[in-house]
Design a protein around this ligand. Structure first.
Ligand code: PLP
Length: 374
């Protein structure tokens, strides 16, 4: 949808895009300055494949300070984005036929990466009535002798749901009892609105032994194009990931690592300015969507997405969310992503990582387009 929207924009069409999963801010200057300085000073050669020691230290410090996770540099592998970190993890953990539990709606990359590793995604659904919190009983029912891992993404793309400590504990207990890995994708850990982000690996040392935490620079520091993410895993897994990466990409870009060190040590106030703007946008988009008759949603607690239910508008002309997203782009010139992409049919995903004026105008366009269907 982003590509379609951009193609229309290139033709001069006034499109408002709610499709992209990236902050619209510029990368904070201290990060760019450190990176430019690294290039100028010749920091442009190969580095250790899993990242330079100073970056690993910065990640260890960040995990302790912000996530209350105790780790050591040997547990950290820096990769070319969290996506790369996740790809490595599935490759290392899965044998053909191994099952991985996903909680739907989920970020679609997990399912594809699991299959690329020969594994099988097993989907457990979470529902809007419960604010997209998974029911541990349903997770328990999905566990088989082939289950190897469960992926948890809190705050979640696409729902914005954030799991409380009590849910984490229940899922962790299941993982420990069944000897499963918890793959905890915490890429949106700093973009939370109201609640407090909780990390699995902070629950106990026993849980940490079963957890691989994934994070990165993309979302918190508006660095999507830089490609810098990480995994924090028990040492044998970290070693296996590092060995794999050594034969795939080698190190993440040398000078990007220098920028990432500054990012992970950025003063709280610099991140807070972006977080609070996202929160104001969250409020704006939620208010606007709830103003549309028969649209309902779960108020997102983190990340920068909302996944409203627009199925009340399905009928003669629009049969499903894919057709709805096409209709909204064609008639209202608003780009969204159909919910079924995330196994959340009947919904559209709206990314509010765009200006407040775009949000107001875009939601109004959606309202008019939906009402015209009545
Ligand atoms: N995990 C989730 C849930 C995401 O939404 C994304 C990006 O959209 C990523 C991971 C990947 O982030 P990165 O840019 O670090 O590869």
């Amino acid at each position: 949808m982003t590509a379609k929207a951009n193609a229309l924009k290139a033709q001069g069409v006034d499109v408002i895009s709610f499709a992209a999963g990236e902050p619209d801010f510029n990368t904070p200057e201290p990060i760019s300055d450190a990176t430019i300085e690294a290039i100028r000073s010749g920091f442009t050669k190969y580095t250790p494949s899993s990242g330079i020691p100073a970056l690993k230290e910065a990640i260890v410090d960040k995990l302790l300070r912000e996530n209350h996770i105790k780790s050591e540099p040997a547990q950290i592998v820096a990769s070319c984005g969290a996506k790369h970190a996740l790809y490595n993890i599935f490759q290392v953990l899965l044998d053909p036929g191994d099952e991985v539990i996903l909680i739907a709606p989920y970020w679609m990359t997990y399912a594809d990466q699991i299959q690329l590793a020969g594994g099988k995604p097993v989907v457990v659904h979470a529902f809007q009535e419960n604010d997209f919190q998974p029911d541990p009983e349903n997770i328990k029912a999905a566990i088989t002798p082939r289950t190897r891992a469960i992926v948890v993404n809190s705050p979640c793309n696409p729902t914005g749901a954030m799991l409380p400590r009590s849910s984490l504990k229940e899922i962790a207990a299941l993982a420990l009892r069944n000897d499963l890995w918890i793959i905890s994708d915490e890429i949106y850990d700093r973009l939370v609105y109201g609640g407090e982000h909780q990390s699995f690996a902070a629950l106990s040392s026993e849980v940490a032994e079963h957890t691989i935490t994934v994070g990165g620079c993309s979302k918190t520091y508006a660095m999507t194009g830089w490609r810098l993410g990480f995994a924090c895993a028990p040492v044998p897994i970290a070693k296996a990931i590092a060995n794999l990466q050594d034969q795939m990409t080698s190190n993440p870009t040398s000078f990007v690592q220098k920028g990432a060190i500054v990012a992970f040590r950025l003063p709280h106030s610099d991140v807070e300015a972006m977080r609070s703007e996202f929160e104001a946008r969250r409020d704006l988009v939620v208010k606007g969507l709830l103003n549309i008759p028969n649209v309902n949603l779960s108020v997102p607690m983190g990340a920068f997405y909302v996944l409203p239910d627009i199925s009340a508008y399905f009928g003669k002309s629009i049969a499903n969310d894919v057709e709805m997203a096409d209709y909204l782009l064609d008639s209202a010139k608003v780009a969204t992503v159909p919910g079924s992409v995330f196994e959340g049919p009947g919904r559209i995903r709206i990314s509010y990582a765009t200006s407040r004026s775009n949000i107001s105008a875009g939601v109004e366009r959606i309202r008019e387009a939906l009402i015209a269907l009545d």
